[in-house]
Design a protein around this ligand. Structure first.
Ligand code: MN
Length: 236
């Protein structure tokens, strides 16, 4: 048997800590839901009509993942780096064209997440009809806390909040999500063959805002835990 030879040592596969075990969840893809809370859609100047609109998505590379508690450098090429506090859903199994009533079967558990965003690049891209990749998929921009195993559970309510240097910025409830866990899994499974290890960041409530180097972000979701991130000066 011949083993694959690489030019250099490949990086370890992306993975996330799981509460209560030293086994890590191997990550497949990172999906992000846009505008999933009415008040946030309004603050972004793009209200949602839930009767007519469907959810929309973007992705980040698994290399953008960073664990809660990390200290990371302020990113390049932005003067408006913003926090978005989100519930993250981790899948234990996959499939396509999943019916909402069966969607809970795919759930492994939940984590707290930060969808860190170069808002100035996002607004420029949006206004010019260009992709969001450089605004969203930058290094250390997908922060995640340890996953809490809750197989088959659909979270429908619970406080979700975020502070910067101790001052409240975001404070809402999961029940304010426009599309809930069942609808998101069902809808996304019409676009992708979902797989075990896919993570879905389910969108942020209102109150997003900028952070500077030297500031600390703390957030929590009832029943899921807490998350933190320390922003350092930009690296050379
Ligand atoms: Mn987001």
């Amino acid at each position: 048997m011949t083993s694959t030879r690489y030019l250099w040592t490949p990086p370890e596969p992306a993975s996330v800590a799981v509460q209560g075990t030293d086994a890590r969840l191997p990550v497949q893809r990172l999906f992000f839901v846009g505008r999933n809370y009415h008040a946030h859609a309004v603050e972004m100047g793009r209200p949602v009509d839930a009767k007519r609109d469907r959810p929309f998505y973007f992705t980040k590379s698994p290399t953008a993942l960073v664990a809660s508690g990390a200290s990371v450098p302020f990113p390049q090429s932005t003067a408006n780096y913003q926090h978005e506090m989100e519930l993250v859903l981790a899948l234990r199994s996959g499939g396509c064209d999943i019916a909402p009533e069966n969607a809970h079967e795919l759930v492994y558990g939940y984590a707290c997440g930060l969808d860190m965003t170069r808002r100035d690049l996002q607004m420029a891209a949006r206004d010019q009809g260009k992709p969001w990749d450089t605004a969203k998929d930058c290094e250390d921009s997908a922060v995640i806390s340890p996953i809490v195993p809750m197989p088959g559970t659909v979270l429908e309510r619970g406080r979700i909040e975020l502070r910067v240097d101790g001052a409240a910025r975001q404070d809402s409830d999961l029940s304010d999500m426009i599309w809930g866990v069942r609808e998101l899994i069902a809808d996304l499974s019409r676009l992708y063959h979902l797989r075990a290890g896919d993570l879905i960041y389910t969108g942020t409530p209102e109150g997003v805002g900028a952070v500077r180097a030297g500031q600390r972000i703390d957030g929590s979701i009832d029943g899921v835990g807490s998350i933190s991130l320390q922003l350092e000066e930009a690296s050379a």
